[in-house]
Design a protein around this ligand. Structure first.
Ligand code: NAG
Ligand code: NAG
Ligand code: NAG
Length: 414
């Protein structure tokens, strides 16, 4: 099978200056009256902002060393200090034995997730907490709470003080993580942890988070637990520290949960590309897992025949899933107003590097089309073999036996 046949090629929607030509003027006339000075609300954080989520109109901002809660008009309602911390602390608690004096480290916000099932809650996971998250209770029946009022270290209390946090409580990695919660009867947390050579605590005795995993909050609400020992996969040992795998975005659409990654094309290759990973949101172990490369390509229509005019944007920078209201775009994508559409910003990578150049493009593709391609590749047993994960060796056609089940992923009862 050739790699070429595996690519889901996205329709190029707009190529911005730097790539080729100019963006076209928006078709609708601009509704802003430029002779009026608009007073827009602003908020300036004391530290770089890294994540943002909203719940009931409140905006929660994860920054270096701080969590902020903002009103819809961006007035600061409360703030919580997550750092700087001494190295080797877990939620500000030193592990015993290490009477460690040392320099303080900044706590970068790796993940910020809201939850609405048990109580209203916010999870903030930092780079300096040994992978453990903190849970901010925001509301218990009566009055809304500030973000610093009731904060727990989300790890089995008996353990984190005395020794390392348990495997299932180690959620995020300093190399970067994508955390997504899916709420049905239980809240399932899907987590993808980036593996960046030369980064992370390879020499540390600190526990390493699993590369891709799903877990639930314990009913005792003091930590996470895995559904089974098949609820996670790791990069195979020879690749750890030698293989670039970055989780860029996570989202759900229909009955599926998706991750978007940038990674090496193969373990022996120094070229990089983008992949889309799909799992069933209702699975409690990693069972119906499939991945497929995703490419954003532009062709110059005037000189279509010349291959020189085909530009491949291989490195995903950011993505979002949304509905499309623009009728023209609906027509082009063959979608209805209720269909999910993936908007993805790509860059051309530097040669043999995951680093982006200034050439970038935004591609759009309907999730319907992406799922159709998954189906086609699975039927042809043409999906990418996830050889890079534990448990997948020698299964050259990892998904085919499950292919038909995969298509019948049950819908979630939300
Ligand atoms: C824009 O605002 C100016 C100043 O308020 C006003 O005189 C003008 O009529 C406005 N133009 C439009 C198109 O609304
Ligand atoms: C912004 O919203 C908050 C809370 O709703 C309110 O207390 C404050 O007065 C508002 N500030 C401005 C400038 O409108
Ligand atoms: C962190 O703690 C571990 C285990 O307690 C210890 O082996 C290691 O030396 C400590 N590292 C630092 C920088 O204090």
């Amino acid at each position: 099978m050739t790699l070429r046949s595996l690519h889901a090629v996205m329709l190029l929607w707009a190529v911005c200056p730097g790539a080729q030509g100019q963006c076209e003027k928006p078709s609708e006339t601009n509704k802003l009256n430029l002779s009026i000075t608009y007073e827009l609300p602003t908020f300036t954080a004391d530290f770089p902002i890294q994540n943002m989520v909203t719940l009931d109109g409140i905006i929660y901002v994860g920054a270096v060393n701080r969590i902020y809660a903002l009103a819809p008009n961006l007035t600061k309602l409360s703030e919580y200090h997550t750092g700087p911390l001494l190295a080797n602390e877990t939620c500000g608690q030193k592990s015993t034995g290490s009477g460690s004096v040392g320099s303080r480290v900044d706590n970068h916000n790796i993940a910020l997730v809201v939850e609405n099932i048990y109580d209203k809650g916010l999870y903030s996971c930092g780079s300096a907490d040994n992978g453990v998250c903190r849970r901010h209770v925001l509301d218990e029946d009566e009055s809304p709470k500030t973000v610093d009022e009731e904060v727990y270290c989300f790890a089995n209390k008996g353990r984190y003080g005395r020794s390392q946090p348990s495997d299932s409580d180690v959620v995020v990695s300093p190399s970067g993580s994508q955390v997504l919660n899916v709420e049905s009867n239980v809240i399932t947390f899907f987590v993808g942890n980036s593996e960046i050579p030369g980064m992370g605590n390879i020499l540390d005795s600190a526990p390493r988070p699993h590369t891709i995993s799903l877990r639930k909050m314990k009913t005792s609400q003091n930590g996470f637990t895995f559904f089974s020992d098949r609820s996670y996969m790791d990069l195979i040992p020879p690749l750890r520290g030698n293989y670039y795998l970055r989780y860029v975005h996570a989202f759900h659409s229909g009955p599926f949960t998706y991750f978007l990654t940038v990674q090496q094309v193969s373990k022996d290759s120094q070229t990089y590309h983008t992949r889309i990973v799909r799992m069933c949101s209702s699975d409690l172990m990693i069972r119906r897992y499939v991945e497929m490369p995703l490419e954003c390509i532009s062709t110059d229509k005037r000189r279509r025949r010349s291959t020189d005019d085909v530009k491949v944007f291989n490195i995903l920078q950011a993505a979002n899933v949304a509905k499309v209201t623009d009728v023209e775009l609906q027509k082009q994508l063959k979608v209805d107003e209720d269909d999910d559409v993936l908007f993805a910003a790509f860059a051309q990578g530097k040669p043999n590097s995951p680093e982006p150049t200034a050439n970038s493009a935004v591609c759009v593709m309907s999730m319907k089309q992406i799922n159709y391609l998954f189906k086609r590749y699975m039927q042809r047993c043409d999906t990418v073999d996830p050889y890079h994960f534990t448990g997948s060796d020698k299964k050259s056609c990892y998904n085919v036996v499950r292919a038909f089940k995969l298509l019948l992923c049950p819908t979630l009862h939300l």
